[in-house]
Design a protein around this ligand. Structure first.
Ligand SMILES: [Zn+2]
Ligand SMILES: [Zn+2]
Length: 227
């Protein structure tokens, strides 16, 4: 199964990835570039282009809210808390979303921990032993040392979350797609059997093997269109 991934497109349309044979788009948040909740959205956003991009998609587009998604004027299927959707009888998409009224009011560890707890309870209720999953979340996990050569992700307020690492550890998804850390664009890591992916705005193609449910990822070289 093939999934098209991206994150942090910040008010521009996602990259023109090849949709042939793909099951769904997975957007790990900061779909918009909104600055705060209000009657009129603030920030630079190509709303018309985003709306027509969304209307023209032949496959579902799933997103998890990031800190710039305090409004959803284009009506993306955006998870603002916890959502679990069955992609196939054996594969679920687990989404965790969180945002505040202003983009720069970023969450504390304890804030995300509460959402993670709800997500875990929902996952335990709705998934059976032997079911597989993909996790889609804007908020990155801390990672064991040397997971990505030359990069150490340590817990840092508002940027990296221990509770998300614990969720990856407990849920053991085939793949976990994250955003928020723009400098991690195109990077991947393998933790146990989980492929951690930071697709960034260039995006890429995630493949889940139909038999083994092992994930592989191919980043693209595409850039979103210049404004
Ligand atoms: Zn971002
Ligand atoms: Zn962000």
């Amino acid at each position: 199964m093939k999934f098209l991934c991206c994150s942090d497109t910040h008010g521009r349309v996602p990259p023109a990835l090849d949709e042939q044979g793909a099951t769904a788009w997975l957007h790990a948040g900061d779909v918009y570039n909104c600055l705060k909740l209000g009657r009129k959205p603030e920030g630079r956003n190509d709303f018309d282009k985003m709306k027509s991009w969304l209307a023209q998609r032949p496959i579902p587009v799933y997103a998890s809210a990031g800190n710039h998604d305090c409004m959803n004027p284009c009506n993306f299927d955006m998870c603002y808390d916890v959502d679990i959707a069955k992609i196939t009888p054996k594969l679920s998409l687990v989404r965790i979303g969180w945002h505040n009224e202003k983009f720069d009011d970023i969450p504390m560890e304890s804030t995300i921990a509460k959402v993670v707890e709800r997500a875990m309870r929902t996952a335990y209720r709705s998934m059976k032993d032997g079911d597989h999953s993909i996790l889609l979340c804007h908020w990155p996990p801390s990672l064991p040392p040397n997971s990505i050569p030359g990069i150490e992700l340590k817990q840092e307020h508002g940027w990296i979350f221990r509770s998300v690492e614990m969720m990856v550890d407990a849920l053991r998804p085939s793949a976990a797609i994250f955003g928020h850390l723009h400098q991690m664009e195109r990077k991947t890591a393998r933790v146990n059997d989980t492929l951690i992916v930071f697709p960034g705005q260039t995006g890429g193609t995630l493949t889940i093997d139909d038999e083994t449910f092992l994930a592989t990822y191919e980043p693209s070289n595409l850039r979103p269109p210049i404004r």
